[in-house]
Design a protein around this ligand. Structure first.
Ligand code: FAD
Length: 283
């Protein structure tokens, strides 16, 4: 870690991270993702706190995938088998068992659910601060308010382009290695080195409900068919969805607000209702 420098244009978490839902679902169809998520979970829920003495804000309230058709339930059974191989505890529940676990849920049209008790949510600011603290303790430097303005490259004898250094308004840093972690701005940073980053950002909407009696300690919920997630947020829910016909970044920036680096967009009640009609019915 010694010698590593993190250059942040504004403040840490000021990009997408500050408003992420921070949900961690351990069971995914790809075994690579399952391993990566298991590692992330270990780091966020235990190792970072042991190393730094700081709490990352990890909350282990469990995760619940809901199946509203037979095929989806079969997929969840396969995920449960995959979880067994990787040591991820999970249970396929009947609608009645789901109702016992989550009394507020309308389970009338459910085929079943997949319950993963050790899923949870991380606090984005807490996780980022703790990661930065751990990295600094190992010799890394975090420099905020320091945008990267250019990347110097040279071409070696084999015609391969290599990095020579990074330019900022405050000076340059010589380095043969750059990690581009600029999120939705990664394409712009890539272009500085003549690299095309195949990344497309799109508008994502979520709403936070008022207080809901009895919601405390309930698991987070994911409905893959309705493309919606329900994240527990104290005694309320944050409800997010993925539109079938999303607004892409180029279109979205026309409507962006000045707040939060221009990442916040207005959304409409009609749009939210169109995306989440299935889940409004379930509540
Ligand atoms: C509403 C919402 C809900 C989400 N929910 C989840 C979830 O439940 N689970 C999950 O895993 N993911 C979720 N995500 C996705 C997750 O938030 C992102 O994948 C993650 O935050 C990306 O982190 P990042 O560090 O790559 O990017 P960012 O947090 O965007 O960081 C990139 C940083 O690069 C900086 N930067 C840009 N250009 C430059 C430059 N030229 N020089 C220096 N610095 C620069 C920016 O200022 C920014 O701070 C969600 C996202 C949203 C919007």
């Amino acid at each position: 870690m010694s010698g590593a420098v993190l250059l942040e244009r504004e403040r840490l978490t000021s990009g997408t991270t500050w408003h992420t839902a921070g949900l961690l679902w351990q069971l995914q169809p790809s075994d690579v993702e399952v391993e990566l998520l298991a590692h992330t979970r270990r780091v966020v829920s235990r190792e970072l706190e042991e190393e730094t003495g700081l709490h990352t804000g990890w909350i282990q309230n469990g995760g619940l995938f809901i199946a509203s058709n037979r095929q989806r339930l079969d997929e969840y059974k396969r995920l449960m088998s995959l979880g067994k191989v990787y040591g991820v505890e999970s249970h396929v529940l009947s609608p009645a068992e789901t109702k016992t676990l989550y009394p507020l849920m309308n389970v009338d049209d459910l085929y079943g659910t997949l319950y993963v008790p050790h899923d949870g949510t991380m606090d984005p600011a807490g996780t980022c601060t703790t990661l930065a603290r751990a990295a600094s303790a190992r010799g890394a430097q975090v420099i905020e308010n320091c945008p990267v303005t250019g990347i110097r490259v040279w071409t070696d004898d084999f015609g391969v382009r290599r990095v020579a250094g990074v330019e900022t308004q405050h000076g340059s840093i010589q380095t043969p290695c750059v990690v581009n972690c600029a999120g939705v701005w990664a394409s712009a940073v890539g272009r500085m080195a003549g690299v095309k980053v195949p990344l497309v950002a799109m508008h994502h909407a979520y709403v936070v409900t008022e207080r809901i009696e009895g919601i405390q300690n309930m698991p987070n919920v994911r409905d893959h068919d309705a493309s919606v997630y329900l994240r527990l947020q104290g005694d309320a829910l944050s409800v997010g969805g993925y539109e079938a016909n999303p607004i892409f970044w180029e279109e979205a920036v026309k409507y962006r607000s000045r707040a939060a680096g221009g990442l916040c967009l207005k959304t409409s009640t009609e749009k939210v209702c169109a995306v989440w009609s299935d889940d409004l019915r379930r509540a």
